[in-house]
Design a protein around this ligand. Sequence first.
Ligand code: NAD
Ligand code: DAU
Length: 374
Amino acid sequence: MSRNILITGGAGFIGSHVVRLFVTKYPDYRIVNLDKLTYAGNLANLKDVEQAPNYRFERCDICDYDAVRAIFRKYDIDGVIHLAAESHVDRSIKDPFTFARTNVMGTLTLLQSAREHWNGAWDGKLFYHISTDEVYGALELTHPEGIEPPFSTTASSTEHLAYGADFFYETTKYNPHSPYSASKASSDHFVRAYHDTYGMPTLVTNCSNNYGPYQFPEKLIPLFINNIRHRKPLPVYGRGENVRDWLYVEDHARAIDVIFHRGKVAETYNIGGFNEWKNIDLVRVLVCTVDRLLGRKEGEDMDLITYVTDRPGHDMRYAIDSSKLQRELGWEPSLQFEEGIGKTVRWYLDNQAWMDNITSGEYERYYEEMYRNR
Ligand code: NAD
Ligand code: DAU
């Protein structure tokens, strides 16, 4: 079946992996990547697919109602995978308004545009909204008896360790703490409201922390890999005790594919890899891996670790239970963390030009120039 699929935020980190997967796996689909190209959007993430005959790019702000409606009409969109968002918690603390605008009003604008275009003919339509585990709030950090944290500095000791008795389930009550997670929670509610009120076929998934190639280097893993390479300080917030649950980005993209095609309308699915790490342990693994791959003495850059003032309202622990998705749709993560983190570090070290282009601000100047001249 041919389909016209709108992927928003396709020039960002996760979006670029989703675009690549859909463009290559579904040659009969037309994939329209709608992205504003904010500081986080980078078309270099899609160099390998930009010439594909089934790929289109539209530079557009999801808050621009007229422009979004025109894109629905132009391509007769029948499926939406919505990833465009402001995604960085620290930025949301400094500038909450931008998060409310893009994440809440932008999502609402897309929903209303889809509703208008589909005009009640819901058959074969789907609005799939990508959300985060952060909407559930924070879990407590406890060490169940007999379980020791992975103090080893390699990733090889990672059988599943839970840092607490509780997990986020699809039924967990929303309790967001940061302006980012509050804005994502609000957008999730709007998506569900469009199903309940108008009958629009919608789906929401809540995923844990992603890692892998093309992540903007404001986020922990790419920032620290780059800093270790250049022997710059590694600013660990607080005592580095906070726990995050890490999933390789291509596994998230595969989950999105499975859920887009086989997920049950109006359902919520949690996506995660049962892969909890304390920040400080993860940072030690990064130091050892970068050192090893650069031919340095493993661990010699450990003294770059610098404890800095904690993030305000820093959620202590995220841990997602994705067994519903595994049980009902047969998805499971393909990569062990050891393999995923090795691949990731190698990718950033091999793609230093990609990183330098961002850290020098070069790519933003390039796009501004290109679009000013249109
Ligand atoms: P990102 O910041 O790397 O990319 C966001 C993309 O959205 C960029 O290309 C940006 O240009 C675009 N964008 C921002 N504002 C826009 C606007 N007004 N109009 C059009 N495009 C706009 O983000 P990411 O990490 O790839 O996250 C993608 C989605 O997945 C987000 O919705 C995020 O909440 C969610 N998510 C992320 C993670 C994670 O670990 N990164 C985990 C779970 C869920
Ligand atoms: O859980 C899913 C979320 O994961 C997504 O919804 C967000 O879009 C994504 O950015 C990510 O949020 P986090 O805040 O968990 O990711 P970040 O990489 O910013 O931070 C990971 C952990 O590392 C967190 O506990 C804060 C800490 N940290 C982060 C940075 C950037 C540091 O200690 N120092 C740092 O410099």
